[in-house]
Design a protein around this ligand. Sequence first.
Ligand SMILES: *[C@@H]1O[C@H](CO)[C@@H](O)[C@H](O)[C@H]1NC(C)=O
Ligand SMILES: *[C@@H]1O[C@H](CO)[C@@H](O)[C@H](O)[C@H]1NC(C)=O
Ligand SMILES: *[C@@H]1O[C@H](CO)[C@@H](O)[C@H](O)[C@H]1NC(C)=O
Ligand SMILES: *[C@@H]1O[C@H](CO)[C@@H](O)[C@H](O)[C@H]1NC(C)=O
Ligand SMILES: *[C@@H]1O[C@H](CO)[C@@H](O)[C@H](O)[C@H]1NC(C)=O
Ligand SMILES: *[C@@H]1O[C@H](CO)[C@@H](O)[C@H](O)[C@H]1NC(C)=O
Length: 928
Amino acid sequence: MDKGYVVSARTNLSRYKQLLLLTLTSLLCFWFVNAISKPHHPPSNHSSALLKRCQSLKQSPGPPVNFHRRRASDRFEPGTKPTLIKNATIWTGLNNGTQILRGDILLDKGIIMGVGHFGTASYGNELVVIDAGGRWVSPGIVDLHSHLGDDPSPELSGATDYYSDKGTVVPWMRSLDGLNTHDESYALSISGGVTTSLVLPGSADAIGGQAYVIKLRKTAERSPSSMLLEPPYQINSSNAWETTNPPRWRHMKHACGENPSRVYKATRMATIWAFRQGYNKAAQIMKQQDEYCGKVEAGETKDLGDFPEDLQWEALVDVLRNKVKVNVHCYEAVDLDGLVRLSNEFKFPIAAFHHASETYLTPELLKRAYGQPPAIALFATNARYKREAYRGSEFAPRILAENGFTVLMKSDHPVLDSRHLLYEAQQAHYYGLPENLALASVTSNSAEVMGMGHRIGYIRKGWDADLVIWDSHPLALGATPVQVFIDGIPQLDSPYVSTKPPLFHKTPKVPNFDKEAELTLAYDGLPPLRPIKEAEVVIFTNVSSVFVRSSTAVESIYSTTTSGGIVVAHNGQILCTGNTTCIQDAVRDANVKAVTVDLNGGSIEPALTSYGAPLGLEHINQEPSTNDGFMFEPLSQRIPKLLEGSIVRAVDGLLFDTRDALYAYRAGVTTGITAPNHYGFSFGLATAFSTGASHKLEAGAVIQEVTALHTAIGFDDTPSVSTQIATLRKLLLSPPEGPAGVWFKRVSEGSLTLVVETHSADIIATVIALKAEIEAAKKSKIRLTISGANEAHLLAEYLGRAEVGVLIFPRPFPTSWDRRRIAPGPPLSPNAVQQLIAHNVTVGLMIAEIWDARNLPFDLAWTSLDVNVTLGREEALALGSVNVEKLLGVEVEAQYADLVVRESNGESSFEGKVVGILSPRRGVVELF
Ligand SMILES: *[C@@H]1O[C@H](CO)[C@@H](O)[C@H](O)[C@H]1NC(C)=O
Ligand SMILES: *[C@@H]1O[C@H](CO)[C@@H](O)[C@H](O)[C@H]1NC(C)=O
Ligand SMILES: *[C@@H]1O[C@H](CO)[C@@H](O)[C@H](O)[C@H]1NC(C)=O
Ligand SMILES: *[C@@H]1O[C@H](CO)[C@@H](O)[C@H](O)[C@H]1NC(C)=O
Ligand SMILES: *[C@@H]1O[C@H](CO)[C@@H](O)[C@H](O)[C@H]1NC(C)=O
Ligand SMILES: *[C@@H]1O[C@H](CO)[C@@H](O)[C@H](O)[C@H]1NC(C)=O
């Protein structure tokens, strides 16, 4: 790909020179045209204005030529104090993301006034001095794909406003017009270091409308318009002939494939035609304008009529004039190809393809896009949620970067919480994207692709004072801001900071995934995921620690600080740990040839258990034909007579060999606990299964047919919450005759766990009271677990007293009203786990969607860092294994639980790669 695309500061500067040259040249031409035409047709004042307008059509967008001579930012809030950040380790974003400086940063008037070493005497004692103590400082995080404000949280029907349903080609719609200023996510995302977002319309339309760049901080004016960064001079069009400055960049959303086709019940063929029709209309207007301006420039202004324009189409005409950054939601080869053809047919460049799950498979196609290869904006591991995303790969960032593309990570907030956009970059780095590019993927490169690289995305003198002081290396797992500045204004009032171990201040070392990346390409994005071999006897060398499960906890059984630790496994069980004596015994006894695996200081640990998503019940979330489907809802739907009194068991719907289960297995998450799929109030029996099994009848595939009775109580369901509670009370106090009644009876007697999925503290309180009521009536002790439980920390004391455990999300988000009172965790508050365990509440971690099952090891490590008490490896592992199983009624004898073999990356803040699974249940050692 052409080298100039990752724009370095150098090429940036020379761009301004070019711009200057261009402006001078055009001024000269203007003068020349004027000079030669003057004698014959002295232009009227009317035509001189027209001439100016015609000239402006050719102007390229960008900052004013003297932009970097500014003394204050246009966004400066009077009263903001100058700030000196001393002794920082500064990732500047320059030199292709490789420049790291040690020194100070001076912020004043909304601008970075100095980086490195300089005098500050002139500021006197007005200057606020912050000692960074050597901490990492990066530019603020820049998100190229967000719906902040347009799809605000908590979600309320009156505020969601991110697309138009008035047609599939609506370039005249503007995300600004739906931008709500009360989205709770502004503050949450800032607490993750996000300072700027491009707010795109949704993907329901082919051409969904104009997008706007905002800074996330509060403004004195409290208006959407005051949040905008460099809006076009006139919001209603970019015609900038009123000023001598070049126009600002504009932004537009396009979408292809399933979303726009689905919403309009159209097809891909119809969608692409809609694009062509729209562009054809814009091209016709542009042609009329150019002909008109040809006449103006020739001085033939007599009877010329009005300038040809159309408010509905002017933004699309600007796309054709290369004044708009076009961001395209597009997944598959068929759609990418369609858009690349469109860009060549109508001659407009594409700024970025988003989601873009097959771009890593089609680099040559992308290089054919008009004008320049597009940047690619990705999720790290969020994939397979729909058919188009089925071939999404964690190796896409590195493969695309190897092909010379600019890779960006994006949130699509609230699809992913943009607060954790940096986590996407961390994962991309873990799977092979080089460090410099991983950091640039959410800072300097996203700023460049937005057309804002001249003022954000770098720590550089003259750039906006948007930066983050981190508590660790930004690519270390769990990196959290200590302070965030936007326009020089500190955003965190009294940040809650946990102390990170020294290891976390260095660039994390990551595993080598070259072979996996190669296989992914060789298999068209669907590489085989099963273990490559099974072995009877395996000798693991250079083992540093071994943890195993007891019935209620995780304990360490071996640990050494010297190299040479040995573990021998036979038929899936640990035979011995220690030294070479152990090998001799083992091999003699087993009388077979042993396989040797060097763990390089790695460990053997209990395998993990995933809960919360329908893992094992679906292949592709949005494709009903690939899934078990949903239960009837007993209170709002008519249950067929044939079904009355029966109860649904998830075990009957289990699907094996789903890619998400296998990805989980490879990550050491070998057990899935899944309840029947439901929308609202309902009840059914959950099951526990092996994520690595290939079918239900295989030995060890079903770990426990029935684990617990699950129900969900929530607002926004029909009928009311109180009706749902009344139903539950009735079922527990007087269980009906028939199969369902038997299970409710067992719950009320205390021999089966009841899991209530709910979030609101009010509902949780009601359920705790109901528990006491049933216990009093039945003289029993009910086993109750709350899952979801976003607001559980508010009742930590009462949950502890009632011995009710909770399963919660590691990173809560205020999706809806009933779950808005979250404990956001550092840097805004202590995290929920800490608050709950302080009251002896048993806590387990859960996930929301099946693709996330593989990330449980990261969730555990991150959560244990955020808990500001010493949470040992044992306790951290328990949050994702024994605790989850205990809370969900799984009874596995400790000696039959799977173990995970993890190689070490050396001293690193990230987990090592899983190289094998010991399965005593199935009597095998599997190696990847
Ligand atoms: C036309 O422009 C010239 C110079 O810009 C100005 O002096 C003159 O008054 C204008 N005439 C009219 C009719 O506005
Ligand atoms: C930027 O860094 C990447 C990865 O480290 C490297 O492959 C690429 O060649 C570099 N680009 C330039 C222009 O130096
Ligand atoms: C900067 O911080 C580091 C880490 O705390 C410390 O070792 C060093 O002495 C500090 N340097 C200066 C110049 O204060
Ligand atoms: C974290 O815990 C330590 C030790 O208990 C305490 O000194 C510190 O203040 C805590 N941090 C915060 C931000 O509360
Ligand atoms: C090896 O382990 C055995 C059994 O644990 C022990 O008796 C022996 O002393 C150890 N040998 C060495 C060289 O450490
Ligand atoms: C938690 O349990 C421990 C040990 O059983 C006990 O000492 C402590 O008081 C309990 N804490 C609370 C808040 O109940």
